[in-house]
Design a protein around this ligand. Structure first.
Ligand code: ZN
Length: 236
């Protein structure tokens, strides 16, 4: 892996998705969401960066770049995700919900399948067991009523050496909490309270418990940029 592509605690010099060299930052959080999530100034800053810092060429944000960097690192590929997908061969990849703007790259893999809401039910994937090498999702399971079961469903479809590589927004100085009984909170865009954007779980530093509780044998937390861009790598 080219060290240029994975730099901690500083912005990337090259986009790990497309190799782009120009970046921009747009704040994405709005006051109602910040209040519902009870974010401090620092937390607001790093979540804004995670969601709003982006490559001007492929438009992927920091979390999608982190996801790409985690995949490249996991498969020991030196180059961009774009190049990886060009030569990725028969690797079977299920992308559940569009992972940022990674889809146009991932779909270059012949055995890539995109499963989008509302066709998919992450608690009951219509995918054969042990048929998949890699499951990818990005900021999706915080919207699922039972995230541990969703992860266990991801594990079910993986082959013996398969991996589930994904992101969720993690607030690193607190424990996870279920939003049941709290006022509804939505991600996505300000003013659009779509049902699929309703937040069920706010994840914290104990995120690993959901992964191991789902039956995975290991949970690695890959830091592309701490604490704004963390990726979970779950191995079957
Ligand atoms: Zn890019």
């Amino acid at each position: 892996m080219n060290d240029m592509l994975v730099s901690n605690n500083m912005k990337p010099s090259l986009c790990p998705v497309c190799g782009g060299e120009q970046f921009a930052e747009t704040p994405v959080l709005w006051p109602e969401l910040v209040n519902a999530w009870q974010l401090s100034k620092r937390e607001t800053a790093y979540i804004n960066r995670q969601q709003g810092f982006h490559c001007k060429q492929c438009l992927n944000n920091l979390r999608a770049m982190a996801l790409a960097a985690a995949i490249l690192r996991e498969y020991r590929f030196q180059g961009t995700l774009d190049q990886f997908c060009e030569v990725g061969g028969e690797m079977v990849v299920h992308e559940i919900n569009r992972a940022g703007n990674l889809t146009p790259f991932l779909e270059k893999l012949p055995a890539h399948k995109l499963i989008e809401y509302p066709q998919f039910d992450l608690l009951d994937l219509k995918i054969e067991s042990e048929s998949t090498d890699l499951v990818v999702h990005s900021d999706t399971i915080e919207h699922i009523s039972n995230p541990e079961r969703a992860l266990s469903e991801c594990r079910r479809v993986l082959r013996e050496d398969g991996r589930c590589i994904f992101t969720v927004p993690i607030i690193i100085d607190r424990m996870s909490r279920c939003r049941t009984g709290l006022s509804p909170s939505y991600h996505g865009q300000f003013g659009i309270n779509a049902d699929d954007q309703l937040v069920c779980t706010e994840f914290g530093v104990d995120m690993w418990k959901f992964v191991l509780g789902a039956g995975f044998s290991s949970c690695e937390i890959f830091s592309y940029e701490y604490p704004a861009a963390l990726v979970l790598i779950a191995k079957k």
